[in-house]
Design a binder for this molecule. Structure first.
Ligand code: SF4
Length: 193
């Protein structure tokens, strides 16, 4: 595994290409508002743990961003427990695993002000389409993505999005994306040859 190889300062770069749309959205939202609500911190925090961000680096990552808005004392009181908890250092010391697509798609739908969830499922279809267009997703991919969304095959839409952003032929992926960390690993493989 990658533990220790991923540092806080690599995340901006990695998020642009190697993160699935759900995690990219969380990252952008965090950078813009210097905050994420609980659902977002859990979904994103566990994903980052899964790609190999150590507890120390995770603490640094969240602290730097949140402390653009709040002071360090408040951060340590309100947020650091939960981060350590996710790494099994508090409470019942369970080693929490990152959420699968199924879990993200089927449970805890985002409410107003939330940034978590699966964009293919939880964002209005017209907005999603607009957003994909601004990302220069080619029309042939866009049509496929939208038609998968319409039939409720959200993770297949995500797979087509993977192909579009990695310049792979449509329906190249033998296996549909079923986990955000699988997406990350496949992306690393595709870029490193
Ligand atoms: Fe994230 Fe999975 Fe949705 Fe893709 S299908 S955006 S990896 S939750």
């Amino acid at each position: 595994n990658n533990v220790g190889q991923i540092t806080a300062d690599m995340i901006d770069m990695l998020s642009k290409k190697a993160f699935p749309l759900c995690m990219q959205s969380l990252h952008v939202s965090l950078r813009q508002s210097h905050h994420l609500k609980h659902g977002g911190r859990q979904q994103y925090g566990l994903f980052l743990k899964g790609i190999g961000l150590s507890l120390e680096e995770a603490m640094k990552f969240w602290r730097i961003e949140f402390c653009k808005l709040i002071d360090v004392d408040k951060f340590d009181k309100q947020y650091s427990y939960n981060i350590r908890h996710n790494y099994g250092k508090e409470g019942k010391r369970a080693d929490y695993t990152p959420y699968s697509c199924m879990k993200i798609i089927m449970s805890n739908a985002p409410g107003p002000g939330d940034s978590h969830g699966c964009p293919f499922k939880h964002i209005d279809q017209d907005l999603l389409k607009q957003r994909l267009k601004t990302m220069n997703i080619g029309d042939q991919y866009l049509d496929k993505i939208v038609s998968e969304v319409k039939t409720g095959r959200y993770n297949v839409a995500c797979t087509r999005y993977f192909e579009a952003t990695h310049k792979l032929p449509l329906e190249y992926q033998a296996q549909a994306i079923s986990h955000p960390n699988q997406y990350f690993e496949e992306s690393q493989r595709a870029s490193n040859g």
